[in-house]
Design a protein around this ligand. Structure first.
Ligand SMILES: Nc1ncnc2c1ncn2[C@@H]1O[C@H](COP(=O)(O)OP(=O)(O)OP(=O)(O)O)[C@@H](O)[C@H]1O
Ligand SMILES: [Mg+2]
Length: 346
């Protein structure tokens, strides 16, 4: 099988927090043991409630945060362990588009300067070649040649997001993390930006990690989807399969709360109301993060973290599936249940 372009293995990013009621060494486990991979030309949608760690995951992958542990592999090379100079070679291939097209562009630079800057930083091409590249990119993103001399404030939100996209494209990346690239834009503009991203993907074979709140949009753009809850990946799989038949109780609740355009399935689907609250993210124990709100909660859920189990292209971290997809009487299972017994109150 072809090697994935990007592989994330057991990635952790914890933020130390302090406060009068907190014990020493308290942490927000923003990204906790996350593993997945993204193929060339593939879009992985990343969904989950606010604060579950999506942006932190994206920022750690592009190198804005140092991971606490785990690995990030790009074309099979572990980039999180590379020396700075060598890492820069890879970093060019991995770019990020941010949510806010207003604050992410330097207001004192012209559009031409903004788009050219990454090439200057990486000492690439002659000035004449750079001018040509900027001109070509402007055409690709749908701006006019004379826009190079204008400043960001002269453009609308959608145009600014195009400029932000252009800035990432000059380095010819193979992978772009799109962190809610459309949520700050008017609904009428959102589709244009998504279409642009899809066109770029088709022309250049770029892979995306597409972070968004809009579950309908994620379904539209993503080949695969990953669902996060409190720093953990709880479900992963081909988008259509996950949307048609979500496995994890959290995914089921999340999708049932989203408006479904298909009138037939909308009639048959009941909204699952989430009970309880999202737990405080500080110092969460290593148990199923969803245990406190789950309809199917069982004793093992409140004592242990379910490992990801796989079936076909799908993965789920839930004890409901643990027995289904594991070999019967596997060592793991024996160990798990003996531990539960040992730890039951006398
Ligand atoms: N720099 C930081 N320092 C401390 N805590 C942080 C920092 N950045 C994020 N967090 C915490 O980490 C957790 C995950 O935050 P993150 O921004 O990654 O979530 P998110 O899924 O992107 O949310 P949203 O959908 O609102 O953008 C939150 O509890 C947040 O408060
Ligand atoms: Mg975010």
């Amino acid at each position: 099988m072809e090697k994935p372009l990007v592989e994330i293995k057991f990635l952790k990013k914890y933020f130390p927090v302090s406060g009068p009621s907190l014990r020493k060494n308290s942490y927000v486990k923003a990204v906790n043991d996350v593993s997945f991979s993204i193929g060339q030309g593939e879009t992985l949608g990343l969904v989950g409630e606010s604060g579950c760690g999506k942006s932190t995951l994206g920022r750690t992958i592009v190198g804005l945060y140092q991971p606490d542990s785990g690995q990030i592999l790009f074309e099979g090379t572990e980039i999180s362990a590379l020396a700075r100079k060598k890492m820069n070679l890879y970093r060019k291939n991995i770019q990020m588009i941010f949510q806010d097209p207003y604050s992410s562009l330097n207001p004192r630079f012209t559009v031409g300067d903004i788009i050219e800057e990454p090439l200057i930083v990486h000492k690439m091409y002659t000035p004449k070649e750079r001018t040509e590249i900027v001109r070509d990119i402007l055409a690709l993103i749908g701006l006019k040649p004379d826009h190079v001399r204008r400043y960001p404030h002269e453009f609308s939100g959608g145009q600014r997001q195009r400029i932000g996209i252009a800035r990432t494209l000059v380095l010819n990346p193979k992978f772009i993390v799109c962190d809610e690239p459309i949520s700050a834009l008017d609904v009428s503009i959102q589709a244009q930006i998504v279409n642009l991203l899809e066109k770029i993907q088709q022309e250049r074979g770029i892979s995306y990690l597409f972070i968004a709140h809009d579950l309908g949009m994620v379904r539209h753009v993503s080949h695969k989807v990953a669902v996060m809850y409190l720093g953990r990946l709880v479900e992963y799989g081909p988008t259509d399969e996950v949307y048609k038949d979500p496995w994890h109780p959290y995914t089921q609740a999340l999708l049932s709360a989203a408006p479904i355009p298909d009138p037939i399935s909308a009639r048959n689907s009941k909204r699952i109301l989430l009970e309880g609250e999202i737990p405080n993210p500080i110092d969460i124990p290593d148990i199923c993060p969803f245990a406190g709100r789950c309809r199917y909660v069982n004793i093992e859920c409140s004592n242990f973290m379910p490992k990801m189990v796989e079936s076909g292209q799908r993965k789920v971290a839930c004890f409901l599936y643990y027995n289904k997809f594991r070999k019967r009487n596997s060592e793991d299972k024996d160990k798990l249940f003996s531990q539960i017994k040992e730890e039951e109150p006398k």
